[in-house]
Ligand binder design. Structure first.
Ligand SMILES: C[S@@+](CC[C@H](N)C(=O)[O-])C[C@H]1O[C@@H](n2cnc3c(N)ncnc32)[C@H](O)[C@@H]1O
Length: 306
């Protein structure tokens, strides 16, 4: 008979490339470390530099592989294994759980509403798990069926992922601003959805993108354009490479003047450090989400959706 013991803590599935940022954010010392899983006492602030957060972890003991699968299935359907120890045994438990497809997803794709749990084996007869996790993707990872022909870069994957999380897309004819648009893979996504896109950048769009129906290009510094000269718009996107405070100042004006309904912006960190103060300012805009997407690099994504 399995025993489930809740732990009064949180498990962070860290991003090895940004572990120093994570250590910057968390307070205290880890209670336990299992590969990339760091268990800490509950934190009083948001933690951004992680793949996934296991919100309600527990440790359970089990006799057999079947027992482990049964105890998880009795809680909910979806469980993603994080394999650190005992790879074969972990795989055998996974095989006995309901199937979760890890195939690349076609776009448009919306995050499933059913909870995605995570588990890992800590020894042959104990697992660490959480039914509630911050990411709807298995272990915080999602792959899309990529388009290697039409977009002029791969940045479109982070916009696809943001839309998948938002469960919302620009509609045909909606007005979008794409700031820092060059070479144009975000603009390509928006135009493909039938939106009207004003693509702003000091650098040109790829000719194939500039020629798309619904796309207008404006060669300009986005931040010297006043919101009232461009808006109102349905969506404001920014993937501008800049110091985060420059983006924040511009965005704060849009928000204050209520000239955009929805926002998806990349907060790009400059150099090796990250700008915690400006990230907190973005997060403090009411209704905001700040997240490290699977497809983000040294950057976070800020979203504000109507
Ligand atoms: C990462 S790229 C954008 C990639 C684009 N989202 C795509 O999918 O192809 C960043 C862009 O920001 C532009 N940029 C930097 N500062 C800018 C500014 N002040 N105003 C407008 N564009 C700017 C750069 O020229 C560069 O093209």
């Amino acid at each position: 008979m399995s025993q489930i013991q809740p732990i009064d803590a949180v498990v962070y599935h860290v991003l090895p490339d940004f572990i120093e940022h994570f250590f910057d954010e968390v307070s205290g010392s880890p209670i336990r470390v299992d590969g990339d899983l760091y268990t800490y006492e509950k934190q009083s602030k948001n933690i951004y530099w992680v793949k996934n957060i296991w919100n309600k972890p527990f440790i359970a003991d089990f006799d057999s592989i079947s027992d482990a699968a049964t105890l998880l299935k009795n809680i909910q359907r979806n469980w993603a294994p994080y394999t650190y120890r005992l790879a074969r045994r972990t795989h055998l438990i996974k095989e006995k759980l309901p199937y979760i497809s890890d195939k690349p997803k076609p776009f448009p794709y919306f995050a499933p509403q059913t909870p995605m749990g995570s588990f890992t084996l800590i020894d042959e007869h104990h697992l660490l798990a959480s039914a509630s996790c911050s990411s709807p993707w298995p272990c915080g990872s999602i792959q899309f069926e990529e388009d290697h022909i039409n977009p002029p870069g791969r940045a479109y994957r982070k916009l696809w992922e943001a839309f998948a999380l938002a469960q919302k897309l620009p509609q045909r004819g909606e007005r979008c601003i794409d700031a820092g648009a060059s070479p144009g893979s975000w603009t390509w996504v928006l135009a493909s959805l039938g939106a009207e896109v004003l693509a702003i950048d000091r650098a040109p769009l790829a000719p194939s993108i500039a020629a798309l129906q619904g796309v207008t290009y404006l060669k300009h510094n986005a931040f010297t354009l006043k919101p009232e000269s461009l808006g109102p718009v349905d969506w404001l996107f920014s993937d501008v490479i800049c110091y985060p405070p420059a983006l924040y100042e511009w965005i704060a004006e849009w928000v204050e003047k209520k000239l955009a309904k929805n926002y998806i912006c990349t907060i790009k960190m400059q150099g090796k450090a990250w700008d915690a103060a400006t990230t907190a300012k973005f997060a403090n805009i009411p209704g905001s989400t700040v997240i490290h997407l699977h497809h983000n690099k040294h950057e976070l994504t800020w979203m504000l959706l109507q």
